[in-house]
Design a protein around this ligand. Structure first.
Ligand SMILES: *Cc1c(COP(=O)(O)O)cnc(C)c1O
Length: 418
């Protein structure tokens, strides 16, 4: 990330005079802004400046900030039981698992704490699925520009040399193909007898909001069925209602065998889940996988309440409608602007691809009171909470589009056209 355009005059509490964090490992290039609290789609920093949040903690704060129903439920849970260990029954696990199965049409769930953990479990399921069939060195098809996390196995599955650099040797057993190319999968099928699974994001998130096509998903489902492979769909970012359906693959009318979830599932409380259908649900038995924190009552309550509130407040429909309006507004304001390559995405998962690196927009947007993300260097990414309303969507367009035009140096040309 580039340095922000304007540094704050005074450093936030907990940082040194220059706003640095001398004791925190510098794994992120951060803006010198410390948030103190939020309400709905708005957040305030420690100096009292207000921001419209079009990032939602990277697709995490499904219900916005400080949703009164979620706050009440979490307060209740914290006062009862935060953690109990998986040595005992955790009734909230069964409640959340049953709900996820109802919504997905799948059958069984393993709970963990994050996206990479969900993906790690999926990869273990695929490998054991292979071993159970007598395949000694199982291989998994993965994708160019994919992102699956930062553990050694998930970064090996990730299709980004920058994320892998310095961490070799990578985990073996991955065969990489380009997105939306059925022929490439057929070719691997013909040449690699040890393939056991296809692993992909329905809409690539970190890779730049790149959707798989509906036809592609149907074809890959067909190939997996013909070959007896697992279809494993990483819905960590695009799932949980973000596209206007519970899970993005539901737009294609298919079902995966394995679906890792995380980000938005707990509306901010760390949580991960691997939801499995019949072909995969029986692969793990006692002792095959585990986690100390996974499935703890606090995280499970967050998941249960998030899903309940999403239903009560019609947030799938809201994501679809407000998302379409937001995208239309961006397309309208950015039409014909030189340097804008494409506006794409579905629901409240929207990317604006520019023709040049644009990390500098993060700081400029923050200065203008808007939180966004930039991914794949050239893609402005919007992942607001699913409670975003029409007025807030219009405000995102009104703040962001002039910044993009100014950044691209085409403000005057665009104004002349208007
Ligand atoms: C964020 C993300 C992950 C990793 O999740 P963490 O919770 O950061 O480990 C994996 N897959 C996808 C598609 C993601 O967007």
């Amino acid at each position: 990330m580039n340095a922000p355009d304007r540094l704050s005059a005074t450093a936030p509490a907990g940082t040194d005079a220059a706003g640095a964090e001398p004791h925190v490992m510098p794994t992120y290039g951060r803006l010198p802004i410390a948030l103190s609290h939020g309400r709905g789609c708005w957040v305030w920093d420690t100096k009292g400046k207000r921001y419209l949040d079009a990032l939602a903690g990277i697709a995490v704060n499904t219900l916005g900030h400080a949703h009164p129903k979620l706050v009440a439920a979490l307060n209740d849970q914290v006062g009862k039981l935060i953690h109990s260990s998986n040595y005992y029954l955790v009734p909230l696990q069964e409640r959340l698992a049953a709900k996820l199965c109802e919504l997905s049409g799948l059958t069984n769930v393993f709970f963990c704490n994050s996206g990479l953990e969900a993906n790690e479990a999926a990869l273990k399921i695929a490998r054991k699925f292979g071993h159970d069939k007598g395949i000694e060195r199982p291989e998994i098809i993965v994708y160019e520009a994919a992102f699956h996390g930062r553990s050694i196995a998930t970064l090996s599955a990730t299709g980004n040399a920058k994320i892998q650099a310095g961490f070799g040797p990578l985990v073996e057993g991955f065969v990489r193909v380009p997105l939306n190319d059925v022929g490439a999968v057929e070719k691997v099928a013909a040449t690699h007898p040890s393939i056991v699974a296809v692993f992909l994001e329905v809409i690539q998130g970190e890779g730049g909001i790149r959707p798989t096509t509906i036809e592609y998903l149907k074809q890959v489902r067909r190939i997996c069925d013909e070959r007896g492979w697992l279809l494993m769909l990483d819905e960590v970012q695009c799932g949980m209602g973000r596209t206007g359906k519970w899970f993005a693959h539901q737009w294609a009318g298919i079902r995966p065998d394995v679906m890792p979830l995380a980000k938005g599932l707990g509306s901010g409380v760390p949580i991960g889940a691997v939801v499995c259908g019949p072909r995969a649900a029986g692969v793990f038995g006692v002792g095959n996988h585990g986690t100390t924190f996974g499935g703890n009552p606090l995280a499970m309550r967050a998941g249960v309440e998030t899903l309940k509130i999403m239903e009560e407040e019609g947030l799938l429909a809201n994501a679809a409608e407000v998302g379409a309006m937001l995208r239309a507004g961006l397309e309208r304001e950015l039409a014909g602007v030189a340097g804008v390559v494409e506006v794409r995405g579905q629901g409240l998962m929207i990317g604006i691809e520019l023709d040049r690196p644009c990390a500098a927009l993060l700081g400029r947007a923050a200065d203008a009171g808007l939180m966004i993300s930039v991914t794949a260097e050239r893609v402005v990414r919007l992942l607001p909470s699913l409670i975003l309303d029409r007025d807030e969507a219009a405000q995102i367009v009104a703040i962001l589009c002039p910044l993009i035009k100014e950044f691209l140096g085409s403000a005057s040309a665009a104004d002349a056209l208007a």
